[in-house]
Design a protein around this ligand. Structure first.
Ligand code: MN
Length: 299
């Protein structure tokens, strides 16, 4: 159902580059612009989006030959890393609903901070809270498997979660969940804050890496910040990574009230999403190709 990638990786773009909501008109705009700029995949945040028209979105994606992914974080009152059973139950229900949306729109990946609320925690993760994460995500993975959906654990920085901040933490969490359809999701924006470099975490994940977000350190135009993308792309080539690589960028020019506020998007880093996305598509495509060429020349 998903289009065959022309290159080893599907190159994706986050819908918030285009639109701040998931009304039918906005979904149409996001899909049109994603196709026009040459991307293979569109990622929808389900953070503010449970009202998305599932059948219509699926049809539009299919008609345009686009793959799709969904992402989300949880909320303070619906957080599976809590010790409060009611808060955990609300988080688990939110995840099940998001899994249904993912399946219904024809996406094959549900990723993000599936394991906790977005935002700065006021204390470290507890042993009981971590056990709740493992238990809920193990059940969710079992439900997702027969739907053909892969769950991604996106490693986020310390100001957004206290559950997993590094590849090391995330691999341990995935080990404890112990499901084949749970993969690691690296994001260069978060790696810049938490990891020692941009290559070691990629190598440590190896074939368990299943999803990638490409973001600049300030979440604006790629190459206008200080992230060492050459080193990151080289490491992806080294492990022969074949999964999606999705460009993620946020500006106060396009606002989804819940998500933008949770991600602290206060600044205007760009106005023209089409120019930004076209630039990012070339940047990611060329970066991946150059790194592959270099890796194969080295043998
Ligand atoms: Mn991300």
């Amino acid at each position: 159902m998903n289009p065959k990638p022309k290159a080893p990786n599907l190159i994706g773009v986050h819908a918030l580059v285009w639109v701040g909501d998931t009304s039918p008109a906005s979904v149409q705009t996001a899909i049109d612009q994603t196709v026009a700029t040459g991307y293979d995949l569109l990622e929808f945040s389900l953070h503010d989006a449970v009202s998305i028209d599932r059948a219509k979105t699926r049809e539009l994606l299919q008609n345009n030959g686009l793959a799709a992914a969904c992402s989300r974080g949880l909320a303070r009152d619906a957080d599976i890393s809590s010790e409060d059973p009611q808060v955990v139950a609300r988080g688990a229900a939110l995840l099940r609903e998001s899994l249904d949306v993912t399946r219904d729109i024809g996406a094959t990946v549900l990723t993000g901070a599936l394991y906790s609320a977005f935002g700065k925690a006021s204390s470290p993760l507890t042993v009981a809270g971590r056990a709740n994460v493992v238990s809920v995500l193990r059940d969710l993975a079992a439900e997702a498997g027969p739907m053909g959906v892969t769950l991604g654990l996106e490693i986020c920085n310390r100001y957004e979660t206290n559950v997993v901040n590094t590849a090391h933490d995330c691999l341990r969490l995935a080990d404890d969940i112990g499901a084949d359809n749970v993969v690691i999701h690296l994001d260069t924006y978060h790696m810049n804050i938490e990891e020692s470099d941009f290559a070691t975490p990629v190598r440590d994940c190896g074939d368990r890496l299943g999803y990638v977000h490409i973001g600049e350190n300030h979440r604006g135009y790629l190459g206008s910040g200080h992230i060492d993308f050459a080193s990151f792309f080289a490491a992806l080539a080294e492990i022969d990574y074949r999964g999606p690589v999705t460009f993620e960028s946020f500006s106060s020019a396009v606002v989804a009230p819940g998500l933008s506020n949770d991600l602290a998007i206060w600044r205007n880093l760009w106005d023209d999403g089409a120019d930004l996305a076209a630039h990012a598509r070339r940047f990611v495509h060329d970066g991946l190709s150059d790194a592959r060429a270099l890796a194969s020349a080295r043998g």
